[in-house]
Design a protein around this ligand. Structure first.
Ligand code: CDP
Length: 211
């Protein structure tokens, strides 16, 4: 089974997806970490992003490994965030990432988070969530995480959201059958609980009695 959680930066996707995966015994896929690895490799050594994406060895798990090096912290800087959203607009980069993600999701039970999981990577996902929150609240959460000012995070976030939403290839949009969850006034436990209530019906749609 695949649970797709898509949405803009700072809506809480990673925290929610990790907690949900742990609660259900599913594996967690952080697709954003893959775009961040391509961005980091490009910033460090230059080169054409499409080629980098096709040749990088990215390992996801407790730690993120890029060609064997632990880059878990290095991929979370503001510079890498911006660069990730730039290279993520390139069709060749997306094609390479989507191929790897589909290969992973082909077997087993997953909670996968990103921007295009429900629309492009796994359109047949049994459950699709579009997780949003008020932009200022999102910036507040991210600023607390990064130890940055809310204003600086808000400016970066605005730019990245705009780029992610308006790009030609796989823009950030809810899948038509996604359930919208607004996390502005909900804490982690409440969001996870809300999504968890949707899982049994999604897992075995044939078992749900029609009203
Ligand atoms: O954690 P945060 O929401 O800030 O970002 P992320 O999920 O780590 O993604 C970083 C960037 O990668 C995003 O701004 C997107 O441009 C891109 N991305 C994407 O295009 N498609 C995905 N499935 C995941 C991330």
């Amino acid at each position: 089974m695949v649970i797709a959680i898509d949405g803009p930066a700072g809506a809480g996707k990673s925290t929610v997806a990790k907690a949900l995966a742990a609660a259900l015994g599913f594996t967690y896929l952080d697709s954003g970490a893959m775009y961040r690895c391509v961005a980091l490799a490009g910033l460090r050594r230059g080169g054409e992003p499409g080629e980098i994406a096709a040749t990088l060895d990215i390992e996801l798990g407790e730690r993120v490994l890029l060609d064997g090096e632990d880059v878990s912290a290095a991929i979370r800087t503001a510079e890498v965030s911006q660069r990730a959203s730039e290279i993520a607009a390139l069709p060749a980069v997306r094609a390479a990432m989507v191929m790897q993600q589909r290969r992973l999701l082909a077997s087993g039970d997953w909670v996968a988070e990103g921007r295009d999981i429900g629309t492009v990577v796994a359109p047949a996902a049994e459950l699709k969530i579009f997780l949003t929150a008020d932009p200022v609240e999102r910036a507040r959460r991210r600023a607390a995480e990064l130890g940055m000012s809310v204003e600086a995070v808000l400016a970066d976030q605005r730019e990245r959201d705009q780029r992610d939403r308006t790009r030609k290839t796989s823009p950030l949009v809810p899948a038509p059958d996604a359930v919208n969850v607004d996390s502005t006034s909900l804490n982690l436990e409440q969001v996870v609980a809300k999504i968890a209530t949707l899982v049994p019906g999604a897992r075995a749609p044939g078992m749900v009695e029609s009203e």
